[in-house]
Design a protein around this ligand. Structure first.
Ligand code: NAD
Length: 287
C-alpha cells in the first residue's frame, strides 16, 4: 500500500503513538490537528476536521487516512454535547466525504470498545454513529475502511485524566487513591505503544472493511489496578471509596470481549501485560 498518510488527532495521546509507529515503518506522515504534534519530523497542518476546505487541501497526495481526532474525554462530553456530536459525527462525515472524492485507499477509524454497549452516553453514541456512517460510505460509494475499536489506553503522553495516570501520580506522593463506586467495575487496560503499533497493522489487506477490536485478553477491576500500582510504586497510599459519585462510563454489565478477541483478524499480541506496561510507564516518569 502507498505510504502517504494523513492522521487526524495525531497530536493527541494515542495519535502521537500511531505517528511514532508510522514513522518507524517509513510512512510519510502528515498530522491534521488543532495542536502541534509531539515530534517535529512530521508534516503538520494546523486545522479542524470541521473545515472542509482545509481537509480537501490536506488530502493532496494522501493515500490513507487515520482518523483519531475527537472529543475523547467522556467526562467532558456531558458539558459539551453539541461540540461532541459536531466533532465526532459531523467531523467524521466531512472526512469521509473528502476521502471518497480524493479516492483515499483506506479510511482507518479510531472506534471504541464502548461501542459494544451503551455505557459512556453521548460519547459512545457519537463513536457508534460514526461507525455506521463509515459502513454506509462503504456500501454507497465503495470507500474502504478499517474500524479499530480501542480499549482503555494508558501510558506516556496521556491526558492526565485516566485512572492509571491519576493513581500513579498520587501513589508516588503517598496520597489516598479514590475509587468511585465499589471498585469492582472492570476496564480493559492496554499499553498505548501497543495500540500505536497495532493500528499500523490495520493496513494489512485482511483488515479491509473490518472492525478489529484491540483489547487485552483480561479485564482488570479498578480496585486491583489500584493495588498493583501501590505495590509497584512501593507506596503508603490507602484505597478509599467514594460511593456518592457514579461515573457515566461505568460498564453495566461488563461486556465480554473474549469472543471478539478470538475472532480478531489481526494477530494481536500486545507486547505489554498490565504489570509490564505499568512498570515501564512508572519508570519513564512521564507524568
Ligand atoms: N484514550 C482511550 O483510551 C481511547 C479508547 C477508545 C477510543 N479512543 C479514541 O481514540 C481517539 C484518540 O483518543 P486520545 O485518547 O488520543 O484523545 P486525545 O484527546 O488525546 O486526542 C485527540 C486529538 O484530536 C484533536 N482534535 C480534537 N478536535 C479536533 C478538530 N475539530 N480538528 C482537528 N483535531 C482535533 C485534539 O487536538 C487532540 O490532539 C479518539 O477518537 C478516541 O475517541 C480513545
Amino acid at each position: 500500500m502507498s505510504k502517504n498518510v494523513l492522521i487526524t488527532g495525531g497530536s493527541g495521546f494515542i495519535g502521537s503513538h500511531v505517528v511514532d509507529a508510522l514513522v518507524k515503518k517509513k510512512y510519510k506522515v502528515t498530522v491534521l490537528d488543532l495542536n502541534s504534534p509531539k515530534r517535529k519530523d512530521v508534516k503538520f497542518i494546523k486545522g479542524s476536521i470541521l473545515d472542509k476546505s482545509k481537509i480537501r487541501s490536506s488530502l493532496k497526495n494522501i493515500n490513507i487516512i487515520f482518523h483519531l481526532a475527537a472529543v475523547s474525554d467522556i467526562t467532558k462530553v456531558k458539558k459539551i454535547p453539541l461540540k461532541t456530536i459536531e466533532t465526532n459525527v459531523l467531523g467524521t462525515t466531512f472526512l469521509l466525504e473528502c476521502a471518497r472524492k480524493e479516492k483515499i485507499k483506506r479510511f482507518i477509524y479510531a472506534g471504541s470498545v464502548y461501542s459494544y454497549g451503551s455505557a459512556g452516553n453521548l460519547y459512545t453514541t457519537s463513536k457508534t454513529t460514526s461507525e455506521l456512517i463509515i459502513k454506509n460510505y462503504n456500501l454507497i460509494y465503495g470507500q474502504k475502511y478499517t474500524i479499530l475499536r480501542y480499549a482503555t489506553a494508558y501510558g506516556p503522553k496521556n491526558r492526565n485524566v485516566d485512572a492509571v495516570s491519576i493513581f500513579v501520580k498520587r501513589a508516588l506522593k503517598n496520597l489516598n487513591l479514590v475509587i468511585h463506586g465499589n471498585g469492582k467495575q472492570r476496564r480493559n487496560y492496554i499499553y498505548v505503544e501497543d495500540l500505536g503499533n497495532q493500528s499500523v497493522k490495520a493496513l494489512e489487506k485482511g483488515a479491509t472493511n473490518k472492525i478489529i477490536t484491540l483489547v487485552p485478553k483480561k479485564s482488570t477491576k479498578i480496585i486491583d489496578l489500584a493495588k498493583i500500582i501501590i505495590k509497584l510504586t512501593k507506596s503508603k497510599s490507602k484505597i478509599i471509596f467514594n460511593n456518592r459519585k457514579k461515573r457515566l462510563d461505568d460498564f453495566e454489565p461488563i461486556p465480554s470481549y473474549e469472543s471478539n478477541y478470538a475472532k480478531n483478524l489481526l494477530i494481536w499480541r500486545p507486547k505489554h501485560s498490565l504489570k509490564k506496561g505499568l512498570k515501564k510507564y512508572i519508570k519513564l516518569k512521564d507524568f
